[in-house]
Design a protein around this ligand. Sequence first.
Ligand SMILES: [Fe+2]
Length: 339
Amino acid sequence: MAPASSHVTVKSTALDFRHLRGAPEEFSTFCFNFVDRLQVEGYVAVENHPWTGNKVGGLFEISQKFFNLPDEIKKHAGRRKGQEGNRGWAYVGEENVSAITGFAAGVLSEQNLEDLKETFDMGKVDDSELANLWPYQADLPGFRHLMETAFESGHHILLQLLRALAVGLGLSEDAFTKQHNCRHHEFRLLHYPAVPASALKSGESARISSHTDFGTMSFLFQDDVGGLEGESLREEGNYLPLRTERKDVMIVILGDMMMRQTNGILRALPHRVTLPSTASINAEGEEWAPERFAIAFFGKPDRDVWLEPMQAFVDESNPARYDGVAAGDYDRSKLLRLY
Ligand SMILES: [Fe+2]
C-alpha cells in the first residue's frame, strides 16, 4: 500500500499542452480532462506549454533581480497614490488580500491581516486607462522587454486554454475567446520575504489570505518552497497544498468571472499561501519560512463585456445565481478593497 501523503503533488496529473495542437482525438481528450479536473478538483496542472523551461526560468531569474533591488530604486515603479488597478511595485503590506476573503461568496471576512509579500504588476503595453510603471532601464536592463514579451505570449496561452474550456463545456469554440480581445489581463511577479514562522501564526499577518481570483482564468507558477493551498471543492474549509515538481509546471485555476458565466457549474478556487513545510529552525532556535517567489497571469475579459450566467447553464432546476455586471465594474469593485 502506498504511504499516506500529507500533500497533493499535481505533476502526476499534468495535462500536455501540446495536445491542443495534436490530432483531433488528443485535442478532445485534453478539453474533456481540462473541464473535468477544473470541475472536480478546482485546478489543473499543465506542462509542455510555450513557457516551459527557459522562459519560466528567465522570468524567475529577473523577478529575483527586481525584488533584490533597494526599495528606493523599486519606488520608481511604485504604485501611484489613488491608482485604480494593479500596476507597478507594491511594497510589503501595501496590498492586503484579507479584505476580499469571501467576496465572491458574498460573505466578507472580518479579519484584517497584513500580507507579507511584495508584488510587481503589469498590463497590456498601450492601456490608455491604466499605464504600466517600470523601473529605470539602467537599474534592471531587459526587465521591461522580457515582461512585455511574456505578457503577449501569456495572452495567446490564455486564448488556447479558454478555447479548450469552451469546447470541453460543449459551447462554441469562441464562447470565451471573443470576450478577451483587449488584453485587459494582469501579469504579476510575487516575492514573499523570509519571515519568522511566528509572524504567520500570529493571526495578524499572512503570506496571502484566502481569496478567489477576479477574472476568468489564471495560471500560476511557483518555486519549490511551498505554501500554496487550494480549498477542497468537496469539503469547505479544508485546504490542500498545491505542489508542483518543477517551476515550469503551470497550475490553472478559474476566477469569479468564469464562475458567474457558468452559473456556478465551474467554481472559482479559493486559495491562499501559508506557512510552508520547508520552514526550518535557525541557529537561534527560531522557526523561519524561507523566501518564496511566484508568477501569476490573471486572464480578464474586456472591460465592457457583460457578464451573466450563460443560457447553456440556466434552466428551471438551476436558475441564474448571479446578476449581470460589466467585467470592468466587477474588477474595480473588488480591487478597490485591496489597498
Ligand atoms: Fe490568487
